[in-house]
Each structure stands twice: as structure tokens, then as C-alpha cells.
Ligand binder design. Structure first.
Ligand SMILES: Nc1ncnc2c1ncn2[C@@H]1O[C@H](COP(=O)(O)OP(=O)(O)OP(=O)(O)O)[C@@H](O)[C@H]1O
Length: 780
């Protein structure tokens, strides 16, 4: 409940009478209205004594609250010139509540006091302590659910010096109105705040100098207070509707969050006194309890926490909206269906794959971006078949992959077995070795090489989660890292066709060498033979008709490095027919070192890929391939003379480059001129041809007419003479410019001087139509 005090100026109106003692005073008006208040301050003649009395009554409770860390609001209601500002601020001679409180707080140790002054006018706020242009500083009131209403953006000055200077600075900047009664009356509401900070507490003392109802726009609506409804509830609804700065500013005072004091000042006007005393009916929401005031540091950390939360919330909201947008896009469902279908077709999905215990095969690749991209789950209790046949659960296509290569069975998510038919023994390697029997139990992280196309690694989650390095491992070596045992020779030979061909030779050789050297040679042989087998597989698949085969030979210089002891030869086994049958006769195509062979193997792999795409690769050695074709053939070794020939003659000789740019430019200019001359000449010639063909048309027409008239026409000798004379007169103009007289008589002269009828065919002279040299040019 707010404490209500009435202050009556010395010149009190006769209409106001007060009776009763402190704590229960009745103020009555002539009109009959009565108000119960807590205290009445009737001013006497001494201004200083009056102000001191007002401080004792109104100021001390505020001082005690501030020192205890409680905020307190004081609302001053009253008519124009009733003494509101006088009560709050006073004068230099008789300071009001604010300067007295500031002085009292300043005397207390370990407390700092800050002063701010804000004007609320016509629903706008202005900072009265701002030193720049007013419009640059626009403070505002912000309602925080836990910290209450906060004044943001107002200048706060530390109260270290005389506060009167700050007060008079602020008062000079407020909006005033000149009326017929008063020289200047307050047109706006003002809020003066003392923020009191100590190490443990933080409190605010807010003083509202509320303008008289008839002077301010808008003002607090006091009429509804007469209905004695709880103002707190009413203001809450107004808060929601209007966010009026004044309403926001007083919210904490009258909703019970802060303690509140109401001062009704009574001046000379009886009407204004009635309006002011109406404020004494102000009721604070009874169930509200004063809010615990937090220190500045606590407020700061609370706000920082909220900023983090709000950021997270907005981020969450943004992501949520993105997910909703993504999911509601019309093509998403269709795309998801198609993706699921594709994965199903590839054998890459299974309902069981959703749990975390189903074993799976993941591909290994030297390229880290491709490693682990293919994951084949092995459903529990099912047989997962692997091969190039589309009916298999896992379809793998590529070199050395048979239609039905092997199958893997997941028995109970921890026991997994692999079985393969006997004919596929060379096409499946488990950890670099062939399977000793048709069916074996697999272990976690076993490497399974499918033909020469795919290297897969088994993961059994129940036996340990694969690490990231497991999945992205770029170690794609198929053969085991451990060196072979000398006693393993027959098993190694069983792995490899090429090594099997050498087995008797190697068996003889190895006992003659020191054990380390023997192991090193065996290891080198194992690696090389593995690659030779691949080269032979490619060769058989891509060009079976050429019967070519790569083989290993050992150079009998065993003190060199093992790789240098081995050489690779390419043989061609054309079959020759004889009476005994068909016998292979080998022809050596070339030798190469291991390093060179490995380079060639890369080319062969490319050729195999191209073959898969339908390209014909290489030139057959037995079909008299051209030298150039041999050069491009990755199997064949071109002779030195072929290469030299190719380098010398195959590419065209480069055009001589002019020594300097000026010469080049001159050459271009000459060529351009020649081109222009030729095109002009061509134009002239085409004009002439057009004219000639026109003339020819005329001639043919005339001939046709002549033909029709021939029997009736006869030329007289006399007429012929006339014609000759006439033509002589016009000589020099040529036949093309025959005279009017000649034509008028129907005759003209031919080339040899004979007279002809004017419509007879005529050979045009060179001088009349053609340019000089035309016929010469034509002959060219
Ligand atoms: N109790 C008082 N004793 C002596 N002088 C007073 C008293 N109250 C007010 N005055 C004087 O009356 C004049 C008007 O007072 P004040 O400005 O405080 O009124 P106000 O209610 O704030 O008016 P407005 O709302 O119109 O601005 C001032 O010069 C002030 O000094």
C-alpha cells in the first residue's frame, strides 16, 4: 500500500480543511469530498523549516530504503504551481528532497550515487542531462520480467559535487507552457533518479514530478482511481496495450515491486486540490511484495546469461525453420524415396542397419574422400552373396570379379563367416592370403579383397567401434605386411599363377642363398607376381586373341637388390598347328624392369577401364600394326628407331617465325592488300558475267524470232550501202553503241564489216564492257 502525504502551501485555499492526528488524517473539501491520508504537511512561513519538515517526513523513509538496498518511488501529484517541483527539488535557498537525499547519501561511506533526469513529453522521452543535441540521446523504458522496468540510454552523472548545478541544468531544458495564470508551468512529466550503489546493494530512488492533468499530454488518468480498483492490474493491461513510457516508468512503483509514496500538493486552486487529492485513493496491488533488488554486477551477469540463452533460442528457431522448410519442399519426399531405392538396389540398405550392432563391410580407398563411402550391412542370420551378377546382395563389378564370387553369413552379430566356391579361390584374398578352406570365420577388421576391384574391411561393432583412422585408412595394400616364411613357398605359389610357373626354379634357388636374402627375394617375388597376375588378367580380358602373357625372370646376379634381380618379359604365344596338334610357340616381345612394368601396369588399368567403356585398346603385335599404333599401345615397347622417327617426322615442321614484329606486320599488310585486290577483281568479273548472260538471253530471243521470219526477209543492195555509210559515221563507238540511223533501218554491221539486221546476235567488243586484260585473266 502506498504511503500518502498531502502538502499544503502556506497560501492554502479555504476550501481545504484537515483534521485528525498523524496516521489518520481526513482532508475535506467544501464540495463534501473527504480523503483519508497518512500525513498532512501544512507549510508555515519559513521555507527552510518547511523543506526540512518535508525531508523528515518524506525523505527519511527513502534514505533508509536506499541504504538497505530497496528501491522506492515517489509520485508527486498536484495542480499547476502547487509546489511539486518545489517539494522534490526546491530552490538554492531551500533545497528539496532530491538535493537533501543526495547530500545525506554522499556522507555515507562506501556508497556511490548517480543522478539522472528524464522528461516524458507527449509519449517521447528526452534526456535532460545530455550535453549534445537532445534528439541524439533518446532514452527509453524497457520492461524486464525479472529486473523490472529499466531506464536505458539516459545520462547518469555521479553525485560528487553540488547536485543543484545538475538539477538547474536539467530544469532549464524541460518543456514549459506559459499560461494566463502562471509565467511558466510544467508541460511534461519528469523523472529524477538517484541510483545508490554499494558493494552489496543497489537501489533506485525515483521521483516523479507529474504535470497537472490539464497541461500534459498524456497524463495519468486519475478519474478511474475513484472507482478504487487495484491500479496495478489496470496498469498491466494498459502496459500491454500502449507501452506508454509514463505508464512503464511508474509500473514498478504502483504494482508493489517497489515501495511507493504519493505526495499530493495543494496550492491555491480548489479544483486542482480536488484532482490532486484523488490520487490519495491510489491502491497498490495487495498481493505484490517488494522485489529483491539485485546489484549492478548481478544484473549484468543475469543479462549476459539471457543473451546467451536468447542467441541459442534464436539459433534453434532458425534451424527449426530450416528443417521445416527443407522437409516441406515438395521434391524432398520424392528425392528421399529415390535415394532409398538406389541404396536398396545397390544392397547398401537394410532395416537392420539402423541398429548399432550389425556387422558391415566398408570400402577402403587410397583416396580419403572415397574411403568408407560404400557400406554393406550384413543382416543377422542372412547370407549376403557377393559377385558381379545383379542377383547378388552386393553387386561388385570389375577386374577378377566372378558372377558368384563368395558369400558372407552373419550368425549372431559377432560371428561372421566367409565361404567361396573352389573355382574362386584365386579371386578372394583374406588379409592378403587365399582362403585355406572353402569356409572360414572372419574377425573384426579383416581385409577382404574382391577380385582386383574392391578392397573391403569388415567391422563387427560388438567387437569394438572402428576409429576414424580405421575408416579413413589409406593403407590399401592387399598383401600381408609380414614377410613370407620360406616354408610357405607352396602356399604362396598356390596364390599366384606367375609364381607357380617359377616354383621349381625358386625351390632350387632359395636354399643356395643366405636366409635373409632368400626371404627378401621371396617377398619381392610375391609382390611382383601379384601385379603380374593382374596384368595378365587385364590382358586376357582386353585382348584375348593376342595370347600375350607377362612373366618373371630372375637375373643371376643375386648380390644386387631383390627388385633388380627380377625382370619382367612379355611373351606372345601364337599357336602353331602341326600334325600332332596345336602347340604354343613363344615369342619374346620385350623385357622391362620392375619399376617400368609397374608404370606400364597403370596404363593397362586405364586401358581396362576404357575397354569397359567400349574402347578398343592397343595394336595387335601379330597383325602388322603400324609403327605409330605400336607407340600408343601400352603393352608393346616401341623400338628406338620408331620413336626417333616419330619425334623427327611425325609432327609437322614449325613455320618459320619472322625475326621481328615489323617484318611480320609488313607481311600481313602485303597479304591483306593482295586479298583486297583479288576480291575487287572477282566482283568486277561477276558483274561482267551477269551482263553477258543478260545479253545472251536477248540474243537467243532475237534468234528465235529471226528463225521464224527468215523466208520473207530480203536485203536490197541499196539498203546495204546506206547502212555501211551510216555505220562508218558512227565508227569508234563500236558495235555496242550502234547509231539510231542503223537501228531505224533495221540493220547494223557485224565484226567483219558485214551489215546485219539490228536484232541479229552480236559479239560484244572487249572495249565496251570488259576491263583491259579480262580475257587474259580468264585464261589464267
Ligand atoms: N510550499 C511552498 N513554499 C514556498 N514557495 C512555494 C511552495 N510551493 C511552491 N512554491 C513556489 O511556487 C512556485 C511554483 O512552484 P512549483 O514550480 O514547485 O509548482 P509546480 O507544482 O511544480 O508547478 P507546475 O506543475 O506548473 O510546474 C515556485 O516559485 C515555488 O518556489
Amino acid at each position: 500500500m502506498a504511503r500518502v502525504v498531502v502538502r499544503i502551501r502556506p497560501e492554502r485555499p479555504a476550501a481545504v480543511t484537515a483534521s485528525g492526528s498523524s496516521g489518520s488524517v481526513q482532508v475535506a473539501l467544501e464540495t463534501g469530498l473527504q480523503f483519508d491520508v497518512d500525513e498532512v504537511l501544512a507549510d508555515g512561513d519559513s521555507p527552510e523549516a518547511n523543506q526540512e519538515k518535508a525531508f523528515q517526513s518524506l525523505g527519511l523513509p527513502l534514505l533508509q530504503d536506499a541504504l538497505r538496498g530497496r528501491s522506492h518511488g515517489l509520485l508527486a501529484f498536484g495542480g499547476a504551481w502547487s509546489g511539486k517541483s518545489y517539494t522534490l527539488l526546491g530552490t538554492h535557498e531551500a533545497p528539496g528532497l532530491v538535493p537533501r537525499l543526495a547530500a545525506a547519501l554522499g556522507e555515507t561511506e562506501a556508497i556511490s550515487v548517480w543522478f539522472s533526469a528524464v522528461e516524458i513529453f507527449d509519449d517521447h522521452c528526452q534526456d535532460l542531462l545530455a550535453t549534445g543535441p537532445l534528439e541524439r540521446k533518446v532514452p527509453s523504458f524497457v520492461h524486464h520480467p525479472r529486473l523490472g522496468v529499466q531506464l536505458v540510454g539516459a545520462t547518469e552523472m555521479p553525485v560528487e559535487q553540488d547536485i543543484q548545478e545538475l538539477v538547474s541544468f536539467a530544469l532549464k531544458r524541460r518543456a514549459l507552457l506559459r499560461t494566463c495564470l502562471h509565467s511558466a508551468t510544467n508541460r511534461s512529466h519528469q523523472l529524477f533518479t538517484l541510483r545508490v550503489e554499494s558493494a552489496a546493494t543497489s537501489a533506485r530512488l525515483c521521483f516523479f514530478d507529474l504535470a497537472a492533468a490539464d497541461c500534459a499530454v498524456p497524463s495519468l488518468d486519475l478519474r478511474s482511481l475513484e472507482a478504487e480498483e487495484p491500479l496495478g492490474l489496470r496498469l498491466d493491461s494498459r502496459l500491454l496495450q500502449a507501452s506508454c513510457p509514463l505508464t512503464l516508468a511508474v509500473t514498478d512503483c504502483i504494482t508493489g515491486a517497489w515501495r511507493c509514496t504519493v505526495v499530493a500538493t495543494v496550492g491555491k486552486s480548489a479544483k486542482a486540490a480536488a484532482a490532486a487529492l484523488s490520487s490519495t485513493r491510489l491502491k497498490v496491488a495487495s498481493d505484490a511484495s517488494p522485489r529483491v533488488q539485485r546489484t549492478r554486477q548481478e544484473q549484468l551477469s543475469l543479462l549476459q546469461e539471457e543473451v546467451v540463452l536468447l542467441k541459442a533460442e534464436s539459433e534453434l528457431a532458425l534451424r527449426g525453420s530450416l528443417i521445416v522448410e527443407f522437409n516441406t519442399r515438395p521434391d524432398q519426399k520424392k528425392l528421399a524415396r529415390e535415394r532409398a531405392k538406389t541404396l536398396e538396389w545397390c544392397g547398401l540398405t537394410d532395416p537392420a542397419s539402423e541398429d548399432d550392432v550389425t556387422p558391415y563391410l566398408a570400402n577402403m580407398s587410397e583416396d580419403a574422400t572415397l574411403a568408407g563411402r560404400l557400406v554393406y550391412h550384413l543382416p543377422r542370420g542372412e547370407r549376403t552373396s557377393i559377385g558381379s551378377d545383379p542377383d547378388n546382395a552386393v553387386v561388385v563389378d570389375g577386374l577378377g570379379v566372378l558372377p558368384n564370387l563368395c558369400s558372407i553369413v552373419n550368425l549372431d552379430d559377432s560371428k561372421v563367416t566367409l565361404s567361396r566356391p573352389d573355382f574362386a579361390r584365386a579371386q578372394i584374398l583374406l588379409n592378403g592370403r587365399m582362403l585355406s578352406s572353402e569356409s572360414v570365420a572372419l574377425e573384426d577388421k579383416d581385409r577382404i579383397c574382391i577380385g582386383r576391384a574392391q578392397l573391403l574391411r569388415l567391422h563387427i561393432p560388438k567387437k569394438g567401434e572402428p576409429t576414424e583412422s580405421d575408416v579413413l585408412s589409406q593403407d590399401t595394400s592387399v598383401l600381408p605386411a609380414s614377410p613370407p616364411e620360406l616354408g610357405d613357398l607352396s602356399q604362396l605359389c598356390a596364390h599366384s599363377d606367375s609364381l607357380r610357373d617359377l616354383q621349381y626354379y625358386v625351390k632350387d634357388l632359395l636354399p643356395k642363398l643366405a636366409p635373409p636374402q632368400a626371404v627378401a627375394i621371396l617377398e619381392a617375388l610375391r609382390k611382383v607376381c601379384y601385379h603380374i597376375d593382374e596384368a595378365n588378367m587385364i590382358t586376357r580380358e582386353v585382348r584375348p586373341e593376342d595370347h600375350m602373357q607377362f612373366e618373371v625372370e630372375l637375373v643371376w646376379d643375386i648380390f644386387r637388390k631383390p627388385e633388380e634381380v627380377l625382370v619382367i618379359r612379355l611373351m606372345s604365344y601364337a599357336h602353331s598347328s602341326s600334325a600332332r596338334g596345336t602347340t604354343p610357340s613363344g615369342q619374346l616381345l620385350h623385357y622391362s624392369s620392375v619399376a617400368r612394368f609397374l608404370e606400364r601396369l597403370e596404363l593397362l588399368r586405364d586401358a581396362h577401364r576404357g575397354f569397359g567403356l567400349g574402347f578398343r585398346v592397343g595394336a595387335s603385335p601379330g597383325r602388322g600394326a603400324s609403327e605409330l599404333a605400336r607407340l600408343k599401345d601400352p603393352w608393346l615397347e616401341p623400338s628406338i628407331s620408331t620413336m626417333r622417327q616419330h619425334l623427327t617426322y611425325a609432327s609437322p615442321a614449325p613455320a618459320p617465325i619472322p625475326e621481328g614484329v615489323p617484318e611480320l606486320k609488313a607481311a600481313i599488310a602485303v597479304l591483306r592488300q593482295e586479298l583486297q585486290d583479288k576480291s575487287e577483281d572477282l566482283e568486277r568479273k561477276s558483274e561482267v558475267i551477269a551482263k553477258m548472260s543478260e545479253e545472251m538471253q536477248q540474243i537467243f530471243k532475237v534468234m528465235a524470232e529471226e528463225e521464224e521470219q527468215r523466208p520473207t526477209r530480203k536485203v536490197s543492195r541499196d539498203s546495204e550501202e546506206n547502212c555501211t555509210m551510216s555505220v562508218s559515221a558512227s565508227s569508234g563507238s563500236g558495235c555496242g553503241s550502234e547509231s539510231r540511223e542503223t537501228r531505224s533501218r533495221g540493220f547494223r554491221q557485224d565484226k567483219v564489216g558485214r551489215s546485219l539486221p539490228s536484232h541479229a546476235p552480236v559479239l560484244l567488243s572487249q572495249s565496251s564492257l570488259t576491263p583491259p586484260g579480262y580475257y587474259r585473266d580468264l585464261r589464267r
